[in-house]
Design a protein around this ligand. Structure first.
Ligand code: GDP
Length: 456
């Protein structure tokens, strides 16, 4: 089936799913959307909702009553998906939502695939694919910076910027067509410099956007900050003290729940994923050198490593042991600074930050120092600018950029007919359109939506 035919067939189905997480809870929201949504719902509701967009208390039944629920009808095209949509807020838990879903399926609805509601919203022109991605990012956001970035993208910030660059490219193509149509005029109606300037401007704008990618990917994923040091230097205490000062969310890391604790600290500029791997004593996955405790894997993945020790000498040793296995920035942290012995030590051989998990001394400075280290390496975050947060964005813009640069080379050297050179511009336009989702490219859609949850 062609792309278009498949999309139409998909849009003819009425799909249903629970939009809230499964499990015990006060409410579950069921979404039903598609051409037959109202008719299918009507078979199972009593009374029928009398007004559009106004929630109404109804019995949901399938032979017998399944629940009392609040039901709202949203007529297309002014619904999230753009199709007629019914939202049913049932009681939560395991049985009620699934029995209501089963009833709706028995009357002709189909269980929705992951991300299928949002996909429909895109196919119906309610959102572009960048905005759809932003919904996924918003759901996955674990920091306020990511939440803000995703909301900006959902609001169309990045899409508008890219659409305007695409328009500039199409204008440039038009200039060249004009030039081709009037070949007999020596300098043509369009000067070569004008074309060159327009192409160069677009390349510069694309490069400015591309320059936000390292920061964007770090905002999205969070910077991995690993605590390393000898046993008993106070690593776990520092982890807990840093968490205690911030609104941290402690999570278990998939696959390493036994060994490593991770917490997202959101109080600085960058979302920090603080990792304590001290519990790795029992496993093989740690660096044994000089008895430094840190996971090998995290040493490789880290953006910043907090090398912890109680004395300057021990600190120098710790840093030396770590430095050869990582490209991360290393911050020297002298722990237990509240202890008299630590305070009275001789002048330090290297600059470090003195902290105390006990008294809280130096903790805020440490967070600021981590932020600075990240900004030095990954650039500053400019909240008012659209940011590229995904490899998909970066690849599309890199391709567009390189195509326009190839065009520019051919144009300057005049070694290709303009018709051939401008094929590069067409490829650049297609790359931007694929990125924004103004044209449906099925595998791009599949990739974007496969990471969504069902019901979204
Ligand atoms: P780890 O093995 O490196 O994770 O070290 P811990 O965090 O378990 O700490 C080892 C010992 O040092 C514990 O008895 C802590 O109470 C103590 N300790 C940790 N941080 C401080 C601190 O800032 N000040 C003082 N006085 N004691 C600390």
């Amino acid at each position: 089936m062609t792309t278009v035919a498949r999309s139409v067939a998909q849009l003819e189905d009425t799909i249903v799913a629970v939009a809230t997480p499964s499990g015990r809870g006060a409410l579950a929201v069921i979404r039903l959307s598609g051409p037959d949504a109202f008719a299918i719902a009507a078979k199972h509701l009593d009374p029928q909702p009398s007004q559009m967009r106004v929630p109404q208390l109804c019995s949901v039944y399938d032979g017998e009553v399944l629940d009392q629920a609040l039901v709202t009808f949203f007529p297309g095209p002014n619904s999230f998906t753009g199709d007629d949509t019914v939202e049913i807020s049932t009681h939560g838990g395991y049985l009620v939502p699934s029995s209501v879903i089963a009833a709706l399926i028995s009357s002709g609805a189909r269980q929705a695939l992951p991300g299928e509601f949002t996909r429909r919203a895109v196919l119906n022109g309610k959102l572009d694919i960048l905005q759809a991605e932003a919904i996924g990012d918003l759901i996955d956001a674990r920091s306020q910076t990511m939440q803000r970035t995703a909301l900006g993208q959902l609001d169309g910030g990045l899409s508008r910027r890219l659409l305007s660059l695409r328009d500039n490219l199409i204008d440039l193509e038009a200039l060249i067509v004009y030039d081709i149509d009037f070949p007999e005029e020596d300098d043509g109606p369009v000067s070569r410099e004008r074309v060159e300037k327009a192409a160069t401007d677009i390349v510069e704008s694309l490069k400015a956007l591309l320059a936000t990618a390292p920061a964007g990917e770090l905002i999205r994923e969070g910077a991995i900050v690993v605590i390393a040091g000898r046993p008993n230097v106070g690593k776990s205490s520092l982890f807990n003290a840093l968490l205690g000062r911030s609104r941290a969310i402690v999570t278990e890391i998939p696959g390493t729940t036994r060994d490593a604790l991770e917490a997202v600290i959101d109080s600085g500029k960058w979302p920090l994923r603080l990792v304590d791997t001290a519990g790795l004593r029992e496993t093989d996955d740690r660096i044994e050198r000089l008895g430094i405790e840190v996971s090998e894997r995290y040493l490789a993945d880290a953006h910043v490593i907090l090398a912890c020790a109680e004395s300057p000498d021990q600190l120098a040793e710790t840093i030396d042991a770590i430095a050869r296995d990582t490209s991360a920035q290393i911050i020297a942290v002298r722990t237990k600074a509240d202890l008299v012995a630590n305070r009275e030590q001789s002048p330090d051989s290297r600059p470090n930050i003195a902290v105390s998990a006990e008294s809280g001394l130096g903790l805020q400075d440490l967070i600021e120092r981590i932020d600075e280290a990240l900004s030095e390496k990954h650039g500053e975050i400019a909240p008012e600018l659209p940011i590229l947060t995904k490899a998909r964005h970066r690849h599309a813009l890199t391709l567009a950029c390189s195509e326009i640069e190839q065009f520019l080379r051919a144009w300057r050297e005049e070694n290709l007919p303009a018709t051939i050179a401008s094929i590069h511009l067409r490829t650049a336009v297609s790359s931007l359109e694929e990125l924004i989702g103004t044209v449906e490219v099925e595998d791009v859609f599949d990739r974007v939506f496969s990471s969504f949850c069902v019901g979204k």
